[in-house]
Design a protein around this ligand. Structure first.
Ligand SMILES: [Zn+2]
Length: 288
């Protein structure tokens, strides 16, 4: 059950402006106890999403390339005090999601990698697997419906569309359903219409207060049927400014707004930071 009566508080935070401090070095206030933070980083055209609760940290996708991992992701994780990851979830084997993974593994201790179904199609996967092996990181392949062990106060479940009806890497993205208290978050990787249809047909309770919009706002995702099942109040799109794919598409933005969702875009806003104590939700936009 999603939150009834969302209290939405939106703040715009420009970091690195502290007088006398070096640019980009200001430290955000610590995460209050009992709060879950979802941070959709502005990594250009790709996905990298941090979930934090207490001392636990989970990174969902690793951005599009090694340079972005080194110059954007790792400094921002350091600024947040994240010096290890309990898990790195790789939703699917496309470069814009896994391109920075090997560099993350080289720089930070990562207890486990959660990967979608085995797929040797992308050469980066063997590089990531070798880096994980060297680092002693456990490789796990969650299955549809599996409850993932992350933090006892947070329910985390992997969902996959059936490969019989939803073919291709994008449609086989690991979808993550996150719940703390009464607040629900849905992270959809790059699923497209076929996977959305299958999930709507098979998975109950897709309603979510916060939706990471599938596939950077591509027009082949975010069908009316799927959005009607999710009913997001906050919709976050991770896309690169002026990207060659014209993501997000106007029709997707229109569908989201027609559902009454507040839409936030990393290409326009920078990092989108959602916090919830399970009762209320706040959204902050951070430019570093
Ligand atoms: Zn993608």
């Amino acid at each position: 059950m999603a939150i009834v009566g969302l209290l939405l508080f939106i703040a715009l935070v420009v970091l690195g402006q502290a007088v006398g401090g070096p640019p980009g070095r200001s430290t955000p206030p610590p995460l209050p106890p009992g709060e879950l933070e979802l941070r959709v980083f502005d990594v250009g055209q790709g996905d990298a999403i941090l979930l934090r609760f207490g001392e636990r940290a989970l990174l969902v996708d690793a951005g599009p390339d090694p340079q972005t991992a080194r110059q954007v992701l790792l400094p921002r994780l350091a600024r947040l005090g994240v010096d290890r990851l309990d898990a790195l979830a790789l939703t699917h084997a496309d470069a814009d999601h896994i391109g920075g993974a090997a560099d993350i593994l080289k720089a930070l201790p990562v207890s486990a990698i959660w990967m979608a179904a085995k797929d040797h199609a992308h050469p980066l996967l063997s590089v990531i697997e070798a880096a994980a092996h060297r680092a002693g990181t456990v490789l796990e392949r969650p299955v549809d419906g599996q409850i993932l062990d992350w933090h006892p106060a947070v329910s985390l479940q992997a969902l996959f569309a059936s490969p019989d009806v939803a073919r291709g890497d994008n449609n086989q993205s690991m979808v993550l359903r996150v719940r703390v208290g009464e607040a629900d978050i849905l992270l959809t990787g790059d699923i497209e219409r076929a996977a959305e249809r299958d999930l709507v047909a098979r998975a109950s309770g897709l309603e979510a207060d916060v939706l990471k919009v599938a596939h950077h706002g591509a027009g082949t995702s975010s069908s009316h049927e799927f959005l009607a099942a999710v009913q997001p109040q906050v919709a976050i799109i991770s896309a690169g400014l002026g990207n060659a794919f014209n993501h997000p598409r106007d029709d997707v933005l229109q569908r989201l707004r027609a559902m009454g969702a507040h839409v936030f875009r990393t290409d326009l806003a920078g990092d989108v930071v959602v916090r919830t104590d399970g009762q209320r939700i706040t959204v902050a936009l951070e430019r570093v």
